[in-house]
Design a protein around this ligand. Structure first.
Ligand code: GLP
Length: 240
């Protein structure tokens, strides 16, 4: 399994093998890894070499350590294609994950200048502010704060928002969602976010702001999302 005559360093060969096992599911997420000693025997290499490979995999997020318990396999990141305009619910269902929400805020208030500008409405126009933690199979993935013009997205309730906003807009209000513009940037989780997302202080997050438009060009939502960078990756296809 290990080619000692190869110019590829042995620790790197071990890393590659473990990555393949993680990707193929031979090493299942949250399962405990064999000990360094066992790997050293299996691969016929020193424990130092095994440790170096495992350290690199921990640093790259493939494995995580728990004090006194050992080394475990991280959950694989959810891959989000930056292609179609999809909802969180659709994205999770498409991956065979079960979406759920934890509602943090549900209010109507007069739009600030900044929100009004994004939604192309006069300042102080009533808007919903809705903050939800979005979960997949019970694991927090993102915090989403949505601003929606109250006169356009009529009749919203906590019940509705506990399911899918896009489903309500399209299937109950019969409005056609057409396009969105989105910005993505890296950041570090603030304390309030670490609690809601169940991550450590200072953990990396991906910040996304999206303005979405109906078919007639009216903006119907301005959304700020903070995604867990350890659970999410964005994939972009490019033609030339
Ligand atoms: C994604 C988008 C949001 C959008 C949401 C709707 O998460 N980033 O801008 O509001 O989907 O999701 P759902 O229909 O599941 O409420």
């Amino acid at each position: 399994m290990i080619d000692k005559s190869s110019p590829v360093p042995i620790y790197h060969q071990i890393e590659e093998q473990l990555k393949t096992q993680i990707e193929e599911g031979t090493l299942m997420s949250d399962s405990a890894l064999p000990s360094e000693r066992e790997y050293a025997e299996t691969f016929q290499v020193s424990r130092m070499t095994v440790r170096q490979a495992l350290n690199n995999l921990v640093n790259d997020g493939f494995l995580y350590r728990q004090k006194g318990r050992g080394t475990f396999v991280s959950k694989q990141k959810v891959e989000q294609k930056l292609l179609g305009l999809t909802s969180f619910t659709e994205d999770m269902v498409a991956r065979g994950l079960s979406p759920s929400n934890k509602l943090i805020t549900f209010e109507v208030f007069p739009a600030s200048d900044r929100i009004a500008k994004q939604l192309q409405i006069p300042p102080t126009t009533p808007v919903y502010e809705i903050q939800r933690v979005r979960l997949a199979d019970g694991i927090p993935m993102a915090i989403e704060t949505s601003y929606l013009p109250a006169s356009l997205i009529k009749g919203l309730t906590k019940e509705i928002i506990n399911h899918s906003l896009y489903n309500y807009v399209e299937n109950t209000l019969s409005l056609k969602i057409e396009r969105a513009t989105q910005q993505l940037e890296a950041s570090i989780a603030r304390e309030s976010e670490t609690k809601l997302l169940q991550i450590d202080k200072g953990a990396p997050i991906l910040l996304i702001s999206r303005t979405s438009f109906l078919k007639d060009g009216t903006p119907f939502e301005f959304v700020k999302s903070a995604y867990r960078a350890d659970r999410y990756k964005f994939v972009h296809h490019m033609d030339r």
